[in-house]
Design a binder for this molecule. Structure first.
Ligand SMILES: [Fe+2]
Ligand SMILES: [Fe+2]
Length: 158
């Protein structure tokens, strides 16, 4: 399956969720919304697994990646009480995601550990390691305004 198709196939309900509607309003890095960031990370996670021919749970890899930043607030808002965002948002994302979606152990581990090594507990599954790497690649590219996608993901998924 092509990357964009796989993300749609396994993640359509997440992409269409109310939480993702909120994510469209919150900026992540530079001028990228949390929604777009999550889509990019899901695509890069899937691509890494495919390129390296890794045997992974594709559905969990995509769903955990889509939900990894499901903290649902604007972390740039100085008036909010999210000062330790870098350290706390993975746990908040997991709590929010668990309220809305049925998550398996791999998906929970992915969301909770995606900030490793900032959050000290190491990932338990290879899907979590892939997400850690994909998130850092995407975040770096967003901050430096480097486009690594051939397509406009916002148009494909909106
Ligand atoms: Fe994050
Ligand atoms: Fe992220």
């Amino acid at each position: 399956m092509r990357t964009e198709e796989a993300v749609k196939f396994f993640g359509q309900d997440i992409i269409n969720s109310n939480g993702m509607e909120l994510e469209k309003r919150y900026m992540q890095h530079g001028n990228t919304s949390a929604f777009l960031h999550s889509l990019k990370v899901a695509c890069v996670s899937y691509s890494i697994a495919k390129k390296l021919k890794l045997k992974v749970d594709e559905k969990s890899l995509i769903r955990g990646s889509l939900l990894h930043d499901y903290f649902l607030y604007d972390w740039h808002d100085k008036n909010s009480c999210h000062g330790l965002h870098g350290f706390t948002h993975a746990k908040t994302a997991l709590e929010n995601a668990e309220k809305e979606f049925e998550l398996n152990d791999v998906e929970k581990d992915m969301i909770l550990k995606h900030m490793f090594p900032l959050n000290l507990k190491p990932p338990k599954h290879k899907e979590s390691v892939i997400l850690c790497i994909a998130d850092k690649i995407v975040a770096t590219c967003e901050t430096l305004k480097i486009n690594i996608f051939k397509y406009d993901l916002a148009i494909i998924y909106m």
